[in-house]
Write a protein that binds this ligand. Structure first.
Ligand code: GDP
Length: 201
């Protein structure tokens, strides 16, 4: 693992595209349903216990949370989606801000979608993948909490998910992941390296 990941630190929270930081050359955004395990994935990737807060109140202020790896590279934590208690008008407003960000942020170079393996790819996840494809963004799907299934069940879920996109034009990589067992960390680091111009060491 490149030591950059371990050096990740909070940079800022941006409520919209206008307030995203200048001077960044590469960023990758992390999306997923609330409680899928997104914060844990970011913490695992950066070897930090509480960089992205786990088990925070779902649906807290909807912002793009920036973690910088160095002066030109960031990981961006998008708010978890699918939390029903967020009022509809807030959800719709955020949806617009998010689309604006995904469409217009020129340095955005990929999307990591964190999915609880027990739910596999749900409707929102599929919409995110379709949207990313439409925008020509590469996607990495981390089927996390793989430790919660038997080995066979986890592999079967992985193969079915991979099969879904076998013939699609989507540039998508799908892997098993577990923050608890530190499984799947290397493939995700490799993918992030490739999408953020990071040299593997
Ligand atoms: P977020 O809302 O997507 O950021 O989800 P969190 O990272 O806060 O995780 C939600 C819950 O799932 C927490 O209780 C975590 O401890 C648990 N969790 C996250 N990743 C894993 C994993 O890989 N394995 C297991 N067993 N539990 C996990």
């Amino acid at each position: 693992m490149n030591p950059l990941y371990h050096r990740a630190e909070f940079l800022l929270s941006a409520p919209n595209l206008k307030t995203t930081p200048d001077g960044i050359e590469f960023e990758v955004a992390f999306a997923g349903r609330s409680n899928a395990g997104k914060s844990s994935t970011i913490n695992t990737l950066t070897h930090q216990k509480s960089l992205a807060r786990t088990s925070k109140t779902p649906g807290r202020t909807q912002q793009l949370v920036y973690f910088k790896l160095d002066e030109t590279r960031c990981l961006v934590d998008l708010p978890g989606y699918g939390y029903a208690k967020v009022p509809l008008n807030v959800q719709l407003k955020w949806q617009k801000e998010l689309e604006h960000y995904l469409e217009k942020r020129a340095v955005l170079n990929g999307l990591v979608l964190v999915v609880d393996i027990r739910r596999s790819l749900a409707e929102y996840d599929m919409q995110m993948i379709e949207y990313a494809t439409h925008l020509n963004l590469d996607v990495f799907v981390a089927l996390t909490k793989a430790d919660k299934l038997s080995r066979n069940a986890a592999k079967n879920t992985l193969f079915s998910a991979q099969k879904l996109f076998k013939d699609a034009s989507t540039n998508i990589q799908i892997e098993l992941f577990s923050s608890l067992k530190k499984e799947g960390v290397e493939p995700l680091h490799d993918w992030l390296d490739a999408h953020m111009g990071i040299t593997k060491v």
